[in-house]
Design a protein around this ligand. Structure first.
Ligand SMILES: NC(=O)C1=CN([C@@H]2O[C@H](COP(=O)(O)OP(=O)(O)OC[C@H]3O[C@@H](n4cnc5c(N)ncnc54)[C@H](O)[C@@H]3O)[C@@H](O)[C@H]2O)C=CC1
Ligand SMILES: O=C(O)C(=O)Cc1ccc(O)cc1
Length: 314
């Protein structure tokens, strides 16, 4: 896998939650970096990262971590990337590759790019791999295996830097695809962001109803509802930032979703079983195609995840 990979001499990970710590596990296991410098806001999280032996050096100042790094990866919520980039800009080494892992891309580019010096290579990235867990304990080596990682190079991005980052993610087990930030945001709105919103909404509605039905909603909830509760347990800060930063695409997809929901409502009202059956058959086929492609859920519920109990941050 990583045989031909030329290791980075120093990789700075800014933020050491689920994604940052999973990257650290990969860099260590596959020898992708000679030195891993870790930085995060809170001393307690940094101490936990050190206890887990995720890196080679630990810094409370992001600027200290990025000094001399040839790869810098921001692994923080998308609402924080602008402020973090501003903080590190003056300490970045000439020629460094600067990347991120944010679930939204156009707003990340807009927030980061103005702060970056001309002599670094900016290549935004998004691994389509995760779980509902967060914090440094949540990461695991296999997270990115056979998952997509999307790169959204900006205009004039250095080709060698893009290829280098592609090789890095490939060495982490990912299949890499390149597209524009805008296209990424539209696609992810429907396959990831709207589904999370639906989960937050249905669990919220059920929780409100619980008061009316005296706890019976949760007590008798079948597996369909339980699957939604896993997704609705995802990190509130991260997902607040996703919706605030992919507003247009999410609203567009929600409009389409609401129309289709209304037509289902009509089919039920008028006893149109054929329409219901046709849709449910189509969707069952999609699920089977996903399983066949080996892209089923990354949830620990499905046998993937850290072997130890996950202690949530904060
Ligand atoms: N959780 C998931 O399933 C996935 C998340 N992502 C993206 O990855 C990024 C990180 O997400 P997770 O690792 O899940 O989050 P997490 O909550 O597990 O970790 C975030 C880390 O960033 C630190 N942090 C927060 N604000 C900071 C700041 N201003 N400066 C320095 N450190 C700061 C936190 O202390 C924590 O260590 C987000 O942008 C998210 O959209 C991408 C793919 C999947
Ligand atoms: O846990 C799940 O079901 C996910 O959908 C994980 C996930 C969350 C956010 C991303 O940007 C990519 C993947």
């Amino acid at each position: 896998m990583a045989e031909a990979f030329q290791p980075f001499s120093r990789v700075a990970l800014i933020g050491i939650g689920l994604i940052g710590s999973s990257l650290a596990h990969n860099m260590k296991a596959h020898g992708l970096a000679q030195h891993i410098a870790i930085t995060t806001r809170r001393a307690e999280t940094l101490k936990r990262a050190e206890a887990l032996d995720l890196g080679d050096s630990y810094h409370l100042e992001a600027a200290d971590a990025v000094a001399g790094a040839d790869l810098v990866i921001l692994c923080v919520p998308v609402g924080s990337v602008g402020a973090v980039t501003k903080e590190i800009a003056a300490s970045l080494a000439p020629g460094a590759i600067v990347s991120d892992v944010g679930s939204v891309k156009a707003s990340v580019v807009k927030a980061m790019q103005p702060h970056l010096p001309e002599n670094v290579h900016f290549v935004p990235a998004h691994p389509i791999a995760g779980t509902e867990q967060s914090g440094p304990d949540a990461g695991f080596l296999e997270l990115f295996e056979r998952r997509w990682c999307i790169l959204t190079p900006v205009e004039g991005s250095d080709e060698t830097a893009v290829e280098r980052l592609k090789a890095f993610w490939t060495a982490c087990g990912s299949d890499v695809e390149v597209m524009s930030a805008e296209h990424h945001d539209l696609v992810l709105a429907i396959v990831s962001h709207v589904p999370h919103l639906i989960a937050y909404n249905i669990v919220g509605t059920a929780a409100d109803l619980e008061k009316v039905t005296e706890s019976e909603v949760v007590k008798f909830s079948a597996s369909g509802f339980r699957d939604f509760t896993r997704i609705a347990a995802s990190d509130p800060t991260m997902w607040r930032d996703v919706f605030l930063n992919n507003r247009e695409a999410v609203l567009e997809m929600l409009g389409r979703f609401s129309e289709d929901l209304a037509s289902l409502q009509r089919a039920i009202r008028w006893g149109d079983g054929d329409s219901l059956f046709e849709l449910f058959s189509r969707t069952r086929k999609i699920r089977r195609e996903i399983i066949e492609a080996g892209q089923d859920t990354a949830s620990p519920d499905f046998g993937r995840g850290p072997k130890h109990e996950v202690k949530q941050e904060g």
